[in-house]
Design a protein around this ligand. Sequence first.
Ligand code: M6P
Ligand code: ZN
Length: 193
Amino acid sequence: MIEPFASLINFETGLLERYDNKLERKLTDLQGMFSDESAYKEALAKENSVLYEVYEKEVPIESGQLAHAVTILHPGQIGDEYYMTKGHFHEIEDTAELYLGIQGQGGIIMQDKSGKTSYIDMKPGTLVYVSPFWAHRTVNTGSDIFSFLAIYPAEAGHDYGTIIEKGFAKLVVEQDGKPTLIDNPNFGAGGRG
Ligand code: M6P
Ligand code: ZN
């Protein structure tokens, strides 16, 4: 049993205050995931930049508990592709997740096991229901930080392997100054994207 508790999302800064754990994901953590390999290498040669940070409250990892975290995704691109999270299915596949946009402009790409995708634009207040069995990855399509809250069953777990192997069927890229979805030419064929 844990006692009820509260943390605080600062709507001015988009940050979670009074978090327990912080996770940083850098360019090297997304090796092989961006479509434009030479743009990736060029960016990495300059700096192993932090792409996003995940601030989470700690709850017991057991059935009935709700994990929750605020992710700050930095603005930027690798080639035409926006900075993004790794993306994952849940290990316990039949678990859903809620995403709430807090600050900035972004989007979420979701994909089921057959490769069917769904893309939803996110701004502060957008509440996305990520259905069970759907992988999910967020992108920052703005020029400032994109911050969002995620709430999910604590025991759900992260399956990154399927995404590393197959990628997402669509890439979110900037075209004519706008976020655009294009087919991932490498989908299913050993990753990238
Ligand atoms: C959200 C949640 C977390 C996830 C994080 C970063 O906060 O879905 O579970 O870890 O985004 O996404 P990823 O794990 O795909 O890098
Ligand atoms: Zn998830």
